[in-house]
Structures are given as C-alpha cells and as structure tokens.
Design a protein around this ligand. Structure first.
Ligand code: ADP
Ligand code: MG
Length: 452
C-alpha cells in the first residue's frame, strides 16, 4: 500500500469521527510524507494546523492508521507546503483508487440539481421496505401518485439516519421525472436563512413569489423551526398559499408535530391535518436486506457471516449500517482478503460501541433546555410554569438515571428543591417511561444528543 492509499483510508476513518466542517478545516492539504521505523510523518500546511492536530487529533489519527497498518506506532507532524491538493481532489483520488464510496460524500457534493436540490441517487428503487418503514413508504408513494389531492401535507417522522431524507427526495425525484419541474427540496434551516437574506436585501417579494410558484414543496427536518417565529410565520403563509392551490407539501421531522416545542399552534394543526407516518428502527431481517442491496450496488461481495455480524450489531441507524459496510469493503480491497469476524469487530469498534462521551449535569441541562427550546436558567429556577415543570422533571430523571446523582444534589442544582420532590418526580417518570411511547422517544432523542 502506498502512503497515499494509507492516508486516504485513514481519512475515511477519521472523517466518521468529526463534523464535516472540522474534518475539512483540519485535514485539508495533509498527507503522509514518510513512513519508517513505525513512525508516520504527517505533512500539514502550517504551524497552527500542526499544533491543533497534535493536541486534538493525534490519538484519533494514530488509531485510524493502526487499524489499517498495525506497524505504525507513532505519528509526528511537520509543516509542508507540498500538499496543496484540496480535500475534494484527495477524495477523488480515494474514490478511484481504493473504493470508498458513499460514506465520504456529503449530500451537497453529489450531483444535486441546483434548482430543485434533488439528488437523483435517492429513488424508491433503492429504498428497502420493511415493517419499520412500510407505512411511510406507502404514504410517500401514494402521495407521489396523487400530488396535492390525497394527503396534504405528508408528514414523515423518525430518528437520525433512518431514511427520511431518502424518502422525501424519492417523492421529489418521481414528481420531477414525471414532468413536474417546479419541485423544491429544502431544509427548514435553509428556508430560514433564505428568508433572513431576503429580508435583509429587501427581496421579500421575490422570495414569496418563488415559493408560491412551487408545485411540490419538500421541507426536511422541520424540527429546526422551533423558536424561529418569523420563519414560522412566513412558512405558515407559504404553506397556506400552496395548500389552497392544491400543491403538495411534504415535511419531515425527528418527532411528531405535537412533540415539537414552540411550534406555533396554527402550524401544528396544519401539519396534523394531513397524513402523519413514522419510521421506526429496522428489524434484523431488513437490516440484512439493506446490507445485501448496498453491497450489490457497490459491486462488492462479502460472506454472509460478516453481513450478519454487521446486521446484528448495528440496529438504530441505516447510515451507520452503510458506513460499517463501507469500512469492511475498504478493508477487503486494501488487504485483498475479507476480514475475519475478529478483524471486522476491530474495524467496526468505533461504530458499534463508540467511546461513551463523559457527561455531567450541565450537559444534561444544556441538551434538555435546547430540546424544549428553553434556557438552562429556566430549569434551575423555582418557576412552576407547566412548560418548564415537565422538562425539569426530565432533567431530574436523567441526572438520576444516567449520572446516579443523589436526590439532594439534584434538588439543590434545580432551584433548591427538596429531595422528596425529586424522588417523587423520578419515580413518576420511571413509571411513565415504561408505558408512554412518546416519552420514550423524547428521552431517547435527548440521550442521543447528550452522548453525541
Ligand atoms: P435521515 O434523513 O432520516 O437522517 P437518510 O435519508 O439521510 O436519513 O438516510 C441515511 C442513509 O441511509 C442514506 O444513505 C440512505 O440512502 C440510507 N437509507 C435509509 N433508509 C434506507 C432504506 N430503507 N433503504 C436503503 N437505504 C436507506
Ligand atoms: Mg435527513
């Protein structure tokens, strides 16, 4: 394996552990300059990068390199201006040479249509259906065949990496290919930022016109509308204008409309006025089918026991399922041999059991307050308003359940409350969580954010 190939494979690994922006910032123009006596010398563009990489990412880099090439024992950094390839060029090399497919491709880099923001790779054909997403898929298909007349809006919700974007884009692509050229896919955040620039530049008329001309409007991740009042208002008007003209609106979110905090009531009732379908977690059999399909798409071939191993261990996220498959395929093509189960377990360890982030009660306060669109301060006061009491009880529950804090400690941190109050809240919550599915879902979303 050349240094270049080794570095590309390591970057694939490293990328999974960082946000995209961080990855690009710190790993652009880097490369292995030399590898000898167990030492890998990484070239970096400047002193600032060198310091940052050495302080923050040394371990991650070493681990990624060792996963692929165990003889590496040490990494060092040196400034080198020779490495001026952009990360895009690096990726292109990687794609051609060592076959690390979709894992690396952020959504925006793909061949997305600039007008519609649709990416042709997302189709119903490539979407595997199982009991966990059957309703959502059927609803999406039906809506695609009866635009504007069957269910309006269509609201799809489910956790991260479970296929919401894929499904929404599939409806859009179908509509587009069937001649509806005014399809627009956007995220609620993008909608919001477009609105802000339109306001700033005095181009509201154009903004409104553009949105009101659309035949099929697809808004992804609508939970991010929380707290943005101006955006919600504008969205409400856009929604109404399109709805009245029987134009189709399709929405996704990580939770059902009634669980989106500070969503204006009138928007909530609009969302609830159409069809709501959820996507839950895929069952084992479906996970296996998805893996097989993706493997065939990538023209790779892996033995069943490896696929079964992946399907057994990755349960809650199809993106991770795909990421795991890609890692195994990369290993296979680098080593010209399929990994054993033991090797697979090692290659996939960071996906299967990622090191649990250490958290403290402040992290819980932060995540819970953001989730319910409050401030951490709201939760630590005496205030007894209904919208605050509930989230505060969630904090109590999590502090006890996740951190094993004592009742008096929790009471003290949350507005000087008596330990019996906390105990009561904790017990009530524990009971309720057994039976209340919405609560289970909320708590699991919150935990996901706490630990990631
Ligand atoms: P979400 O928007 O819910 O976070 P995505 O739609 O981005 O999830 O899906 C994550 C990845 O998993 C994408 O690459 C997508 O193509 C793939 N995926 C999700 N659901 C399915 C499915 N049912 N069949 C095949 N691939 C899927
Ligand atoms: Mg998505």
């Amino acid at each position: 394996m050349t240094n270049e190939e080794l570095w590309q494979a390591a970057l694939g690994e490293i990328e999974l552990n960082l946000s995209k922006a961080n990855f690009i910032t710190w790993f652009k123009n880097t490369g292995i300059l030399e590898k000898k006596d167990g030492q890998a010398i990484i070239g970096v563009p400047n002193g600032f990068s060198r310091e940052w990489l050495a302080n923050k990412y040394q371990k991650l880099i070493l681990k990624a390199l060792r996963n692929i090439s165990p003889e590496v024992k040490e990494v060092n950094f040196t400034i080198s201006s020779a490495l001026t390839k952009s990360i895009d060029q690096q990726k292109r090399i990687k794609k051609d040479k060592i076959f690390l497919p979709e894992e690396q491709m952020g959504f925006d880099e793909l061949e997305t249509n600039k007008e519609t923001n649709l990416n042709p790779k997302y189709t119903f054909d490539s979407f595997v259906v199982g009991p966990f997403n059957e309703l959502a898929q059927a609803a999406a298909r039906a809506v695609g065949e009866n635009l504007g007349s069957l269910y309006n809006p269509l609201f799809i919700y489910g956790g991260v990496g479970l296929g919401k974007t894929h499904l929404l884009q599939s409806v859009g692509n179908d509509a587009y290919n069937n001649g509806k050229k005014k399809v627009k896919y956007t995220s609620s955040e993008k909608f919001s930022s477009e609105l802000v620039s339109a306001l700033r530049e005095g181009k509201m008329e154009k903004f409104k016109d553009d949105y009101r001309k659309i035949d099929v409007l697809i808004i992804d991740d609508v939970q991010f509308l929380t707290g943005k009042e101006k955006t919600q208002e504008e969205f409400f008007h856009t929604f109404n204008a399109l709805y009245q003209k029987n134009k189709q609106i399709i929405i996704s979110s990580d939770r059902p409309p009634k669980a989106i905090a500070t969503l204006e009531e009138r928007l909530r009732s609009r969302f609830e006025g159409g069809m709501i379908a959820d996507i839950s977690y895929p069952e084992y059999e479906t996970r296996l089918v998805i893996l097989k399909k993706k493997m065939e798409d990538k023209k790779a071939s892996l033995p069943n026991d490896i696929l079964e191993y992946i399907a057994t261990n990755i349960k809650k996220n199809i993106r991770e399922l795909e990421g795991a498959l890609n890692r195994v395929i990369a290993f296979t093509s680098l080593n010209s041999a399929t990994p054993t189960i033991a090797q697979a377990s090692k290659i996939l360890s960071t996906i299967i059991s990622p090191p649990k982030k250490m958290i403290n009660y402040k992290n819980i306060l932060k995540v819970v307050s953001e989730f319910y669109d409050l401030t951490a301060n709201d939760l630590t006061t005496k205030c007894r308003k209904k919208e605050i009491v509930w989230p505060r009880q969630v904090v109590m529950y999590l502090m006890r359940d996740e951190l094993k804090c004592s009742y008096p400690f929790i009471g003290e941190k949350l507005g000087g409350r008596d330990h019996t109050t906390v105990m009561y809240a904790y017990e009530k919550m524990s009971r309720e969580i057994e039976t209340n599915e919405n609560l289970q879902q909320e708590v699991s979303l919150i935990k996901e954010r706490m630990y990631n």
